[in-house]
Design a binder for this molecule. Structure first.
Ligand code: HEM
Length: 256
């Protein structure tokens, strides 16, 4: 009975607080500049997207680096060195295949596809390293890379296509199925890995009714989803700045 009362607050989501992905989003939104998003708090340091003067060469460098970064994220969750990374396989948000098709299209148009730049390879190796040593920080990047691309990234893609691609819509900006639903599924998974999931709660109730010792009960809950401590959550949120720095380096290539 003691174990059951201990489990209840955690099962509701860490003291009844808001879902963890809302915290991730709030931190990310604050790191935008005021001209990038309504909730942005930073002063602009670069020209706004509307005034970018993109080149095909720069945009290709960005696409090549993006493909490397998405491929790296996808390989990491496929390998699942940390078992719960497997929850992020086949979300429908994967971007390396669409990018491969886009690069083939550029080749057909007579463009030369560059090798990944230093910015791209630096980010890919940083992600590899984090994925093994620091899962909470890794998940911060996973969230920001995928979600940024569906928000600001899409808007950027549209502006660039208007200016230099004769409005050609790249596969990079097309998803199979309903994007909002795919995003919602990933938000749910993020909330589940960060908090004790409802699945773990069901285990708890089952074992309660089976009248097992409270010791056995606690063990079962932790085998399925060990929820993140407040410190681990904060550590994940603190990584957001690095995510913006690395992604910013990739984006900047479009107009420099
Ligand atoms: C959301 C713009 C760069 C991460 C958004 C939104 C806009 C935007 C307009 C939607 C805000 C809303 O829901 O009302 C931009 C622009 C960028 C940029 C113009 C650069 C020129 C980035 C970067 C990151 C990032 C570098 C992180 C690597 C996010 C995240 C969201 C978001 C996580 C929330 C998405 C969601 O809740 O579905 N951005 N952004 N953004 N952005 Fe950015």
């Amino acid at each position: 009975a003691a174990a059951a009362t201990e489990m209840a607050p955690a099962a509701r989501g860490e003291g009844g607080g808001k879902p963890f992905v809302d915290e991730m989003r709030a931190v990310a939104m604050r790191l935008h500049t005021k001209d990038q998003a309504r909730e942005g708090e930073k002063e602009p340091q670069a020209p706004p997207v509307a005034r970018w003067e993109p080149t095909v060469e720069g945009y290709l460098r960005f696409l090549v680096d993006s493909k490397l970064v998405f491929q790296t994220l996808e390989d990491i969750v496929d390998r699942a060195a940390v078992p719960w990374y497997a929850e992020f396989r086949n979300t429908g948000l994967e971007r390396s295949e669409p990018l491969k098709k886009d690069l083939e299209w550029f080749t057909e148009q007579g463009h030369t596809i560059p090798e990944p730049s230093a910015a791209g390879t630096a980010y890919a190796s940083y992600l590899e390293e984090l994925s093994e040593k620091d899962p909470q920080a890794f998940i911060c990047h996973f969230y920001n890379v995928y979600f940024a691309h569906t928000a600001g990234g899409r808007m950027i893609g549209k502006k660039v296509a208007e200016k230099i691609l004769n409005k050609k819509e790249l596969e990079f900006y097309k998803w199979e199925g309903t994007l909002s639903q795919l995003l919602q599924n990933v938000r749910t998974t993020l909330n589940q890995v960060a908090s004790v999931s409802s699945r773990a709660l069901i285990f708890t109730l089952l074992f309660l009714s089976a009248n097992l010792s409270s010791h056995g009960l606690v063990l079962i809950c932790f085998i399925r989803y060990q929820s993140w401590s407040r410190e681990e959550k904060d550590h994940c949120l603190e990584e957001t700045e690095k995510s913006f720095a690395y992604s910013g380096d990739l984006l900047r290539q479009i107009f420099t």
